[in-house]
Design a protein around this ligand. Structure first.
Ligand SMILES: [Zn+2]
Length: 303
């Protein structure tokens, strides 16, 4: 009897301990937020990324595996700003998980933390614009990453108060390293100011703004509308007239339009990583920006 009681107490204690040490389940819509949650959470979080770098985050299918991941999530971190409007509401509805429902502390949208660019004065979805709330590709300004890191830490501390110090220490460590890295990127970025670039999709607005690049044209006539032959012909004349240094595209964008223009102008196509996992070796946020800078520097060297 004594033995059984002791065993029961041991089981009770160890199960309690196991619960206390359970990682916070983080559901990230995009790899950049998965990487940030990993930076702040370390081994206190288990992070699931709904998408990878070769998927267009505008267009994702609400697969059963995503619903299952959403069901067990304690915290959701997504770009917001309409980027996931085609699939996130469906996932939330099917998962029915109150911890991450809209308005819950476990529902964090980066777009609610930073100011969106290109917010239209009049929303007209009839034209098929996939950015009716403004531009949601906000992670490509590293200062935005820093802002989201702060709020992400607060949310983790609210969900998992026992490890509040752990999250705070990791935030401070991340911010220290991130600040040093930003300083380096911005020093190098001075030489990139004014660099004229053509974009495929408006995925680079925050990067262009941060580094002071100059967007001269977009291959998509409107965000989300594929390039047409007549639009490309117009661009060709425009580029021949005013010049550009490179065509930027994401790893997930169809290559044909950029390749077409490149073949006729000699402009290099830069497939920038766009997010974590977007190129070999780009395994965290630091490598994402570092690789982006290195690729932009590769076209800047002109007489
Ligand atoms: Zn977009």
């Amino acid at each position: 009897m004594q033995y059984i009681r002791t065993l029961a107490i041991i089981l009770l204690l160890t199960s309690g301990l196991a619960r206390a040490a359970d990682p916070v389940q983080v559901f990230a819509c995009e790899p950049e937020w998965a990487a940030l949650a990993q930076e702040i959470g370390g081994d206190a979080v288990a992070v699931f990324s709904a998408t990878h770098a070769r998927q267009d985050p505008h267009y994702i299918r609400a697969r059963p595996s995503l619903i299952a991941a959403m069901r067990r999530a304690d915290l959701l971190v997504c770009s917001g700003g309409g980027l996931e409007v085609g699939w996130l509401p469906v996932l939330l509805q099917k998962a029915g998980n109150p911890s991450v429902a809209v308005g819950a502390p476990g529902h964090l949208l980066a777009a609610s933390v930073v100011e969106l660019r290109d917010v239209p004065e009049h929303v007209d979805r009839s034209q098929g614009d996939v950015h009716p709330e403004g531009n949601p590709h906000l992670h490509l300004n590293p200062h935005n990453i820093d802002r989201v890191a702060g709020v992400l830490t607060e949310r983790l501390q609210g969900i998992d108060p026992d490890r509040a110090q752990h999250y705070q220490a990791r935030l401070e460590d991340f911010r220290q390293r991130w600040g040093v890295a930003i300083g380096d990127w911005e020093r190098r970025g001075i030489r990139l100011q004014g660099l004229p670039v053509i974009v495929h999709h408006q995925a680079w607005v925050y990067l262009i703004d941060w580094l002071g690049l100059r967007e001269v044209a977009a291959l998509e006539p409107r965000p989300g509308i594929p390039p047409t032959a007549s639009h490309l012909e117009r661009l060709l004349q425009q580029v021949r007239g005013q010049g550009a240094a490179a065509i930027l595209r994401t790893p997930y964008a169809a290559p044909e339009a950029a390749d077409w223009l490149s073949a006729r102008t000699g402009l290099p196509v830069l497939v920038l990583p766009y997010t974590v996992g977007g190129a070999d070796g780009v395994n965290d946020l630091f490598a994402l920006f570092e690789r982006t800078l290195v690729q932009l520097e590769s076209v800047h060297v002109q007489p």
